[in-house]
Design a protein around this ligand. Structure first.
Ligand SMILES: Cc1cc2nc3c(=O)[nH]c(=O)nc-3n(C[C@H](O)[C@H](O)[C@H](O)COP(=O)(O)OP(=O)(O)OC[C@H]3O[C@@H](n4cnc5c(N)ncnc54)[C@H](O)[C@@H]3O)c2cc1C
Length: 405
């Protein structure tokens, strides 16, 4: 007979051992739900610690129910950034329109959350750190599924065996590459590149964002509080500039060249980029895969279905995907569990990835005509009451976890 621990409701039979690669959003969220089911969870993270700081991210719709069930909703409500205004400027720095942010993002004002990425990762980490083994400064070097478990060799040289392995290691997932093949097969480049970094708020902005546009170029300053701003420089690039991605000098040079003749505050923003020590440069892309699992390995979050920041839904997909994966495994073997995860989550992913082209993407028109049309829409929006939230954000109802038997 299976003995159940009366305090935790967890079975005392041998526990499934699982390894999760990545300790950002999807990884700790999955760890939380799997430990609740009695699994012994190890998380390996390439960085030296859970990364704090970072740009603001959104938790919306179905994902709000995930964080509520995790018990971290009150903490996130306290961390909510109440972004009050989003102001659009033309090439000369003149105001085009000033709107409530939700009018553009399709969020539910008063319900959806926007928090610093670091506040979310701290809350997730705090929810699991006592129950989960964390291995920082390490990563998976090799995976072997030829036996009836998964043999893992870590970069640090240690070899261990797990029942299941999960890749929650982001858009450029190493787990995906090891199990499914090169990123090019699944990468859908959306025609833009961006650089984001932090700089001092010398612009007098507080809890607001300002975006300057010319066709194919956008410079945005995003002030959370009044001390620092997150600067975003986004530009259209028909082909991904592969040579610039891994080379910090090359991508700074590329961004500086693209914005060389720009007006408004952009020259100062470019100078700040040269000094910044946290410049993150990448192409804007989605990950689309026909399957998210193979054998005893499954992917979750950006690793499996990054929707791109143009949708603002990456964080919510990571949270919902982690919950659905753990719920799908409850009471099932991994083959049936992974099939259920894909079956029950794919539609939600698809409708959210399809938001590219709505909202965010239309913020970056590439022609003068399209920019003028966008500006007309923004002027109308500024005069209208808040629009209804986007149905895609809530297009999935979370199942309950079956009781532990
Ligand atoms: C500039 C920018 C702006 C964004 N804005 C928004 C927004 O407004 N709203 C929103 O919802 N989303 C936004 N996103 C997207 C959001 O950040 C992601 O969708 C979300 O973080 C996905 O979480 P994840 O846990 O799946 O992956 P990630 O957050 O990418 O985490 C992956 C983790 O894996 C680790 N890792 C990577 N490789 C390895 C390895 N080989 N071994 C071990 N660990 C590894 C990384 O260090 C990291 O901790 C934005 C993203 C960017 C880049």
């Amino acid at each position: 007979m299976t003995r159940t621990d009366q305090l935790t409701g967890v079975r005392a039979t041998p526990r499934r051992t699982v390894l999760i690669s990545g300790a950002s959003i999807a990884g700790p969220a999955l760890a939380y739900w799997l430990t609740r089911r009695g699994h012994a969870v190890t998380v390996v993270e390439r960085a030296g610690a859970v990364r704090s700081g970072g740009y603001p991210v959104d938790v919306r719709g179905t994902a709000l129910e995930v964080v509520r069930r995790m018990g971290i909703l009150p903490r996130l409500r306290d961390a909510h950034i109440d972004l009050r205004r989003l102001t659009f400027l033309d090439g000369d720095g003149g105001e085009v329109a000033s709107v409530r942010p939700h009018a553009v993002t399709g969020g539910a004002e008063g319900r959806d959350l926007e928090v610093r990425r670091g506040d979310l990762t701290d809350a997730l980490h705090a929810a699991v750190r006592d129950d989960v083994e964390f291995l920082f400064n390490d990563s998976i070097a090799a995976l072997d599924q030829s036996g009836d478990r998964v043999d893992v060799t870590f970069r640090g040289g240690v070899e261990r065996t797990f029942d299941l392995v999960f890749g929650a290691d982001g858009v450029h997932s190493r787990t995906r590459e090891l199990v499914f093949g090169p990123e090019e097969r699944f990468h859908r480049y959306l025609g833009y590149c961006f650089a984001v970094f932090t700089t001092r708020n010398t612009f007098g902005l507080a809890n607001e964002a300002v975006m300057w546009n010319t066709p194919g170029r956008a410079a945005a300053l995003y002030a959370v509080g009044d001390a620092d701003v997150h600067a975003f420089l986004t530009f259209a690039a028909p082909q991904p500039p592969f040579d610039a991605f891994a080379d910090p000098r090359a991508h700074r040079d590329l961004v500086a060249a693209v914005f060389a003749d720009a007006g408004w505050e952009v020259p100062g923003v470019l100078a700040a980029m040269r000094e910044a020590d946290d410049v993150f440069f990448d192409g804007v892309s989605q990950i689309r895969m026909p399957r998210w699992s193979s054998g005893r390995v499954a992917l979750v979050g950006d690793a499996a279905y990054a929707p791109s920041f143009l949708t603002g839904q990456g964080t919510s997909l990571a949270l919902v995907g982690a919950y659905m994966l753990a719920a799908s495994l409850a009471g099932r073997d991994h083959t049936a569990g992974f099939a259920a995860y894909e079956h029950d989550t794919r539609e939600f992913v698809a409708v959210n990835q399809a938001l590219v082209g709505a909202g965010g993407a239309t913020l970056f028109p590439t022609t003068a005509h399209a920019l003028e049309q966008r500006n007309d829409r923004l002027r109308q929006l500024s005069a209208m009451p808040s629009a209804a939230p986007r149905p895609a954000h809530s297009a999935l109802t979370l199942p309950e976890f079956p009781p532990v038997r």
